[in-house]
Design a protein around this ligand. Structure first.
Ligand SMILES: [Zn+2]
Length: 244
């Protein structure tokens, strides 16, 4: 889980990775026979039993720096990624972060160029609102309306959604499914973990080679594997005496 790719100066939310660091992180993957791909491509490969060696890469918020600082590096390392954008803030700034610094977001033209370059465009909602506990009108707008707007912009309805702040509950996950998304990204693993609440690992500016080794080694312990069936089946498996 990445956000902004730029030289790191003021960064209170730890959202920024420098292009040099991203370059080294992508090389680290490649040196281990791993390849970064969009989440859509990862899930399609897994469905065919060909997911080994693939790592899903996501860039949240749709910062304008993706086009000029991340995209060339991804292409150089033969990677793709999913960029989660906010159709209600296209060409705007990250006004939802009270501490700043303000960063420009991708324009319509940029988003089409990023899609044309082979990257997956997903929805991060309309305005970057936390959806946990949100009312039905907000849920509909942030999930269904944002999907319609992105379909108009790119010519293709997005398959992926990403919960702002990773905040997911049963109703928001249901709204995402009802809006037609095939998958959704959260952050932490939890009771809703599954295709519509995929956990992710934060990757930041401090993630040098040894920290990536550590994150990879801890990954199976910190994240439950994607269950075959979502929560209902998992719960009954527990009550019948076995957590696999
Ligand atoms: Zn975000």
């Amino acid at each position: 889980m990445y956000h902004s790719v730029a030289e790191v100066t003021e960064d209170p939310y730890r959202l920024t990775v420098s292009p040099g660091r991203l370059d080294r992180q992508l090389r680290w993957l490649r040196d281990r026979g791993l390849r970064g791909v969009s989440v859509g491509a990862l899930l399609r490969a897994r469905a065919l039993g060909r997911g080994a060696g693939l790592v899903g890469l996501t860039f949240d918020d749709g910062y304008a720096d993706f086009r000029w600082d991340a995209l060339p590096l991804l292409r150089r390392h033969d990677c793709t990624a999913t960029v989660f954008v906010l159709p209600g803030r296209i060409g705007g700034v990250n006004a939802w972060d009270p501490l700043g610094p303000r960063k420009p977001l991708l324009t319509e033209y940029d988003i089409r160029a990023v899609a044309d370059a082979g990257m997956e465009i997903g929805s991060h909602g309309l305005l970057h609102q936390a959806l946990r506990g949100a009312d039905p009108v907000t849920l509909e707008r942030e999930t269904a309306t944002s999907r319609t707007l992105l379909a108009e912009l790119t010519g293709r309805a997005p398959d992926g959604f990403c919960y702002p702040y990773g905040a997911v509950d049963t109703r928001s996950a249901e709204a995402v499914r009802a809006a037609g998304y095939g998958y959704a990204c959260a952050i932490d693993a939890g009771p809703l973990t599954g295709l519509h609440a995929l956990p992710r690992v934060h990757i930041g500016a401090a993630d040098t080679s040894w920290r990536l080794h550590l994150k990879r080694a801890l990954h199976p312990l910190r994240r439950r594997p994607l269950p075959e069936e979502p929560t209902v089946q998992a719960t009954s498996a527990v009550t019948t005496g076995g957590i696999r």
